[in-house]
Every structure is written in C-alpha cells, then in structure tokens.
Design a protein around this ligand. Sequence first.
Ligand SMILES: NC(=O)c1ccc[n+]([C@@H]2O[C@H](COP(=O)([O-])OP(=O)(O)OC[C@H]3O[C@@H](n4cnc5c(N)ncnc54)[C@H](OP(=O)(O)O)[C@@H]3O)[C@@H](O)[C@H]2O)c1
Length: 340
Amino acid sequence: MNTVAAYAVVDQFGIENLKPIAREQQPLGHYEVRVRMRACSLNYRDILMVRGQYNPKQPLPLVPLSDGVGEVVEVGSRVSRVAVGDRVAGIFAQGWTSGAPTRERIRSTLGGPVDGMLSAERVLDEEGVVRVPELLSDTEAATLPCAALTAWTSLVTQGDVGPGDTVLLQGTGGVSIFALRFAKLLGARVIITSSSGEKLERAQELGADHVINYAEVREWGRMARDFTGGVGVDHVVEVGGAGTLAQSLKAVRVGGHVSVIGVLAGAVQPVNVIPILMNNIRLQGIIVGSRDGFEAMNRAIAQHEVRPVIDRIFDFDDSVGAFEHLAAARHFGKVCISFR
Ligand SMILES: NC(=O)c1ccc[n+]([C@@H]2O[C@H](COP(=O)([O-])OP(=O)(O)OC[C@H]3O[C@@H](n4cnc5c(N)ncnc54)[C@H](OP(=O)(O)O)[C@@H]3O)[C@@H](O)[C@H]2O)c1
C-alpha cells in the first residue's frame, strides 16, 4: 500500500496539534486527477480553521490549507479539462465553477470542511482545478486561490474599480497586498494602512499613493477621506471586519462600495447604520470567487506580469513554523510552503 505524507489536526484543535501523518494513497475516479503537490500558501482562515475558531464542529482529522499548486501526474479515464504534466491549483470552493455563489456551490471548500492541500499528493475532481500562469513560480502560483481571487472579486467582479478611483486597503497581509497589486493595475489610487512604518515603506515601493499608520492614527478613516479632498474613497477592502468598519464608513464616499471580507479586528461589534443609509453605501460580502473569476484573474496576471509578493517560504517539514509565522502577523504579503 502506497502512503502519502501530509499534515493534519488529528485529535484536537491548535497549531501545536498539527502533526505529520501518512495517509493511504487515494484511488482515482473517472473524472479525477492526481496532483503531486509542489507548493502551498497560508491564509488567515487556515489559522482560524486549525484553532477550531472557524468551525468548532469541524470533524477531525483535517488536512488544512485551501491553497496549493502541483503537477498533474495521473488522470481518470474521462478527464478532458487537464492533462498529465499540467501545473494546476485547486479552486477554493470545489463546487463553484461559475455564476453567483449558492449554498450548494460553496459547501465544499478546501482546508475545511473538505481536506486541504497540505499533503504531498491530492486527488481532486477535474472541475475543481485550474491551470496557473506559466510566468509564476510554484510558490507564487500557490498564493492565488484564496487571497488573490478574493482581492480580484472585491475590486473587479463586485467593485468595478476603474482608472482614477481611490481604493482604501487595511494592513499588509495577503489579501491587501494582492488588492494593492490589482488596484494599481486597474489605474486606481491606493491608500493603505499598517501598524508598521517599515511595512508602509514597502507598500509605497509597490505603488501605494498614501499610507497611514493605524496604530498611531486612530481616526484613519477620516485621514483617508482627507486624502481625497473630503469626498471619500470609492472602495474599501474591509479585512478588519467589525473592529474597523466604523472607520471605513467614515472613509467611503457617498455611493461608495465596501467589500466586507475579513474579521482580523473582530467579527461582532455594534455598528451605526445611519451613515450606511444616509450615504447610500453599498456593503458587499465577499466569499473568495468562482473558477471563472480565477481564470479571468489568471489571464490578467499573465498579460500584465503581476507577481505575487511572498514574505517567506517554509519547507513542508516545517509546516508548523509557517503557521506560527503567519499567526505572529509579522509578514508582508504571503507565507508559503514548498514540497521540494
Ligand atoms: N471572505 C473571504 O472570502 C476571505 C478570503 C480571504 C481572507 N479573508 C479574511 O480576510 C482577512 C485577511 O486575510 P489575510 O489572509 O490577508 O490575512 P493576513 O495575511 O494574516 O493579514 C494579516 C495582516 O492584517 C493586518 N491587520 C491585522 N489587524 C488589523 C487591523 N485591526 N486593522 C488593519 N489591519 C490589520 C496586519 O497588517 P500590518 O502588519 O500591516 O498592520 C496583519 O499583518 C482575514 O480575516 C481572513 O479570514 C476572507
């Protein structure tokens, strides 16, 4: 019997309970592909999942991580979408290929509830993978399925951001740095916040037009608005959640758009709804994106040679170190794991 090396939260939640395991190699169905993994990337969601904070009822063991890239090494007899040798990523929600999200389409997300990509080999349905842009390295490509697509869905699919628009980004984590890349690609002006002066300098090097240290400026929403001559920003990529929404509502213009994405600053807090209705603000919840969106984003990445920003690459054997590094929030951009 062949076995496959993986990491899993086996008995109880917690990064410290993430253990190397050996799983039985899965047989291949007619419409499935076997992918030899080359690289993964981490998202904040993976930390919540491993800690049992995302879904305390998540059955264990669970192999974490929604994001991974590998080479197709075997295909089922009826597979037609990809071929042996193709380099592919799994799509975040395995059942969401196109159109709007439905309960059914977003049920099977990788890295919980479905086993994720932190495994030397994965068997996936051919509908659940996409080819990744050739110009990207394996680790770069492994950053795309969740963080990049979320930023893309926020700004392009839902936000309709265009040249001359002003986009407000919060912090310098995975989603926000991709949003910085895409916003500049779309010709928008970017205001970005961070708790670190050094990270703000790096954001400026990547094209950020205005920076705010949110640890020093409590009224950063007002300051962002001031950068627009008092009009307000067109779009906010809200990764902070309940703890930052009040400032985002101060920053956004009348009729502006707030993509509600994350919970870095908490999920529950009272909110004053008056500015939302008085200023005709559109609050749009975002759940990553569809395979169609992923493929559209990949075409833009290939055409404009957009390079993901990688903070650090850990070896597969040091997967726990990668989780601890992300949890410490000292990173800028993406944290990755390599299987080589
Ligand atoms: N809805 C979806 O589909 C979706 C998809 C992806 C991610 N998310 C969510 O979006 C959020 C971001 O995910 P990620 O993977 O990009 O996270 P990440 O890489 O772990 O981001 C961490 C960074 O966020 C910044 N941050 C933390 N608290 C903040 C605050 N109060 N105000 C502003 N910035 C703050 C910090 O930046 P500085 O160090 O620069 O201060 C920190 O380094 C998470 O809540 C995640 O669960 C949701």
